[in-house]
Ligand binder design. Structure first.
Ligand code: FAD
Length: 455
């Protein structure tokens, strides 16, 4: 079977590439191959009742399938060049913002209408933060919420399904460069195409590394972010989250000069498990619908680790730390801040006695046995720093879930069109190591589609 364009991966990168191709040149014959399920078949078996923790499904419905890792995410589209990836280094800051705004318009058109756009512009918290040695990054954030995000994806799929051929539960095994075009191999069929867009996300990191090795595409090692997810009563951060929804705050530690930052803030949200290549880490989300909201707010505190010679495997380092927590806790570990400071583990009874109810069923334990001292010291310093702008953060009962790891793919060598050294072979989204967010990944898909169609 021959296509004009094959897209590998139906996450935001792949979806927005397909969408834009159909907008600009609907006559193109396009196929999308997705290792995971169709949106309607995506279901994580954890129900908190019979199945409490990750059972390692063959295809993880949280990370894979139509909508990619973003499908059950909080649907926070951060419109900014300050974080979420380095797309602007390739396409320029102005174009990156233009494309992120364009993605926002499409999201509104396909079901997101009426959702709120928050902005840090002119906020007084910038001054409050700076006065306390904390730095609030600039961004506008559209919060779709897990529920509306799903509706948008459903509507985008309904728009695309008669225009583009979708192959679900069909992982691409390999891609080969032909004299003209590309050869795409799946387990029981083979395809060719003139152009190929690879958008395999974080879950496709190992696949991407192999593909780059096979095709001799240069890559360079990226960073890994390691830390914990903090959960506390929503009231503690309400003054910030009511106005900004998400505040990305950066702090430089006194002890080591390391940067610690808040990440993925979910007001009135829930903490969830995340499965990356069989390793259970922690994440969070929240719903737009007030009926589904909780009394807690959660966010990650992360420290970035870069490695240079001779060690290059940043992800391997992050994986080893996450494996340690999985070994001790059977999955994610939860600890009260007060227990951590006293140097004792949290026990089920200490968690039960706390004035906060955890939203994730994690194993009470001791994070100091898992996280390297330098990282843990940085997190503790940051919690005390945040306590100055959000009193109550350093409370005894504040819950810390570990570990949260943000794996970044190896950064793939591409040009300003996000095209590899092979003409017509593009690598976009989180799989490229260039983007780390919904808005940047989506924008990268639009950028490539416009490049292909000459717009
Ligand atoms: C729980 C959670 C919450 C999040 N919340 C937010 C948020 O609020 N805001 C934000 O900006 N970001 C958030 N993120 C990150 C965001 O989801 C990603 O940055 C974004 O989805 C990246 O898009 P992508 O298209 O590059 O890759 P992905 O969304 O990862 O999609 C890649 C797709 O490719 C498929 N694939 C992989 N390998 C193959 C193969 N060999 N053959 C065929 N298909 C393949 C995968 O199954 C997957 O569906 C969250 C992530 C998680 C897990």
């Amino acid at each position: 079977m021959k296509y004009d364009i094959i897209i590998i991966g139906a996450g935001p990168g792949g979806i927005f590439a397909a969408y834009e191709l159909m907008q600009k040149k609907p006559e193109l014959k396009v196929a999308v191959f997705e290792a995971g399920h169709a949106l309607k078949d995506r279901r994580c078996p954890i129900d908190g009742d019979k199945i409490k923790t990750c059972i390692g499904c063959k295809s993880c419905s949280i990370m894979s399938g139509f909508g990619g890792a973003g499908a059950f995410s909080d649907g926070k589209y951060n419109i900014t060049n300050d974080f979420g990836g380095t797309l602007y280094e390739y396409i320029g800051k102005k174009r990156a913002l233009e494309l992120m705004n364009y993605v926002d318009e499409i999201n509104l058109k396909y079901g997101g209408f009426g959702t709120k756009l928050y902005t840090t512009a002119g906020t007084r918290f910038k001054t409050v933060c700076i006065q306390n040695d904390l730095h609030l990054l600039d961004a506008s954030v559209r919060h779709l919420g897990t529920d509306i995000n799903y509706v948008v994806l459903e509507n985008l799929y309904n728009y695309l399904k008669d225009k583009v051929t979708f192959y679900f539960d069909t992982p691409v095994l390999s891609v080969k460069v032909l004299n003209e075009g590309y050869y795409v191999k799946c387990s029981n069929a083979e395809y060719t195409c003139d152009k190929c867009i690879i958008s395999v996300g974080r879950i496709g990191s190992k696949w991407m590394e192999e593909a780059c090795r096979d095709m001799n595409i240069p890559t360079k090692s990226n960073r890994v972010d390691i830390g914990v997810r903090v959960e506390l009563p929503a009231a503690v951060f309400a003054h910030l989250t009511d106005e900004l929804y998400e505040s990305k705050i950066v702090y430089r530690t006194e002890k080591y000069g390391d940067k610690v930052r808040t990440f993925c803030m979910n007001p009135k949200g829930a903490v969830v498990n995340e499965n990356t290549n069989g390793i259970i880490t922690v994440n969070g989300h929240s719903y737009e619908d007030p009926a589904k909201q909780t009394e807690n707010t959660n966010f990650a505190l992360l420290v970035a680790k870069h490695f240079s010679e001779p060690f290059k495997d940043s992800n391997g380092y992050g994986e080893s730390i996450a494996r340690l927590s999985n070994m001790l806790g059977g999955g994610v570990i939860v600890q009260r801040f007060g227990d951590l400071i006293r140097g004792r583990r949290s026990t089920p009874s200490r968690i039960e006695e706390a004035f906060i109810t955890p939203t994730l069923n994690a194993t009470p334990g001791d994070l100091s046995l898992v996280l390297p001292k330098r990282i843990l010291d940085g997190i503790i310093e940051m919690i005390y720093a945040l306590d100055k702008v959000a009193p109550g953060t350093a409370n005894e009962d504040t819950l810390l879930y570990g570990v949260e790891v943000k794996f970044y793919n190896m950064e793939v060598e591409v040009n300003n069109n996000l095209e590899t050294k092979y003409e017509g072979l593009y690598i976009i989204g989180d799989g490229s190591g260039i983007t780390h967010s919904l808005s940047h990944a989506s924008a990268s898909g639009v950028h490539v589609a416009r490049n292909i169609t000459g717009e």
